[in-house]
Design a protein around this ligand. Structure first.
Ligand SMILES: Cc1ncc(COP(=O)(O)O)c(C=O)c1O
Length: 350
């Protein structure tokens, strides 16, 4: 196993206060580069740029207290094909609420990956090891909790359902947990562990922020055995999700026609992006239907050159790399293509 990492010092770019950096911080970019907010093209996240379009929200959703029986749970059970689901305010809420449910233990977490997992487990006093993909199987036999992001962000690594279930079986036999963060799983539901979530020690996290493009609604779900969901619900308190978010999520989860069209459109857009990047010497090292990941020593220079022209990408330092989200409109594509063509010349003159 890799050595334990101190999340705060293991990352070079720590955000405001002691917050970790994230994509999507357009206002900060606008300030830093002196470019007005509405002139930016934000490719810094893995959020679908063509979100599910929110209809008028019934006044009752604003005016009444949320009720468990409003249809959201049934819609989520049907969409995820999972027996037990708990709505949470974004999967981030679950990432933060899970670690305190266990007494201090050994936790292995996929690296590189969405850094909030390591931070949350470390904060709750657990011994955290950053585990490269190749060592996850070994880690599954040694730790008490294994956290996998599937598909991984930003590397795009994927795992066979059988492999994950095998890791889970070993962990569960020792009363351990396998936590699978499936924030980017919606385009490929066949790879999800959702259907197995009644098995003790298996915890699946889902999000409406990525595929549905509803990051601002702050809706996510935890799929796990009922006993664990009850403990989590207790920890999160009464009415974790606002009525309007519940109403929007229930409709989005039920919109099979939009989902099916989007399941086709996103991989096509992502392949188009990969192809374009490759043609400009930026062949992605990984990615999924919602982003492409490019590992290159030129990443900081390219990030800077694009930002100076109002295109925000996500820069990582370990390894030095860039994540590109999808452009939304043809106009956005044209702008990205023109700017990258120019910036590549600028960043690495022939
Ligand atoms: C892998 C992964 N999991 C979870 C989250 C949290 O998303 P949300 O709280 O919007 O569901 C993110 C956000 O970037 C992410 O990248």
């Amino acid at each position: 196993l890799a050595e334990s990492v101190d999340v705060m010092h293991g990352h070079e770019h720590v955000g405001a206060g002691d917050r970790l950096p994230h994509g999507g911080r357009l206002r900060e970019a606008a300030r830093r580069y002196g470019i007005p907010l509405d002139a930016w093209l934000d490719l810094s996240t893995g959020i679908n740029p063509r979100p599910w379009l929110v209809p008028a929200i019934p006044v009752s959703a604003w005016a009444r207290l949320p009720e468990d029986e409003d249809g959201l749970i049934d819609a989520a059970r049907a969409y995820y094909e999972a027996p037990h689901v708990l709505p949470v305010t974004g999967s981030q809420a679950a990432i933060q609420a899970l670690p305190p449910l266990r007494t201090p233990c050994r936790v292995g977490i996929i690296t590189p990956g969405y850094a909030e997992h390591a931070r949350a487990w470390q904060r709750a006093g657990h011994e955290v090891a950053a585990v490269p993909v190749a060592s996850l199987g070994e880690a599954a036999r040694q730790v008490d909790v294994l956290v996998v992001i599937h598909p991984n962000n930003p590397t795009g690594d994927r795992f066979a359902v059988e492999t994950l279930l095998d890791w889970h079986a070993g962990l569960a036999a020792r009363k351990g947990w396998l936590v699978v963060d499936e924030a980017f799983m919606d385009p490929t539901p066949a790879d999800s562990l959702a259907a197995y979530c009644a098995r003790p020690g298996l915890i699946v996290l889902r999000s409406l922020g990525k595929f549905f493009g509803l990051a601002g609604a702050r809706v996510g779900f935890v799929l796990a055995e009922s006993a664990l969901l009850e403990r989590l619900a207790e920890a999160l308190g009464l009415w974790p999700l606002p009525g309007p978010s519940r109403a929007v999520a229930a409709e989005a989860l039920a919109d099979a026609r939009w989902q099916s069209a989007t399941r086709t459109a996103l991989p096509e857009a992502s392949a188009r992006l990969a192809q374009f990047l490759s043609a400009h010497g930026l062949a992605p090292a990984g990615g999924c239907a919602l982003f492409q990941w490019v590992v290159t020593p030129e990443a900081p220079a390219i990030h800077e050159a694009l930002a100076r022209q109002g295109i925000l990408t996500r820069l990582f330092h370990d390894p030095v790399s860039l994540r590109f989200g999808l452009p939304g409109t043809e106009q956005d594509w044209a702008r990205v293509q023109a700017t990258i063509t120019g910036s590549c010349k600028e960043a690495s003159p022939a």
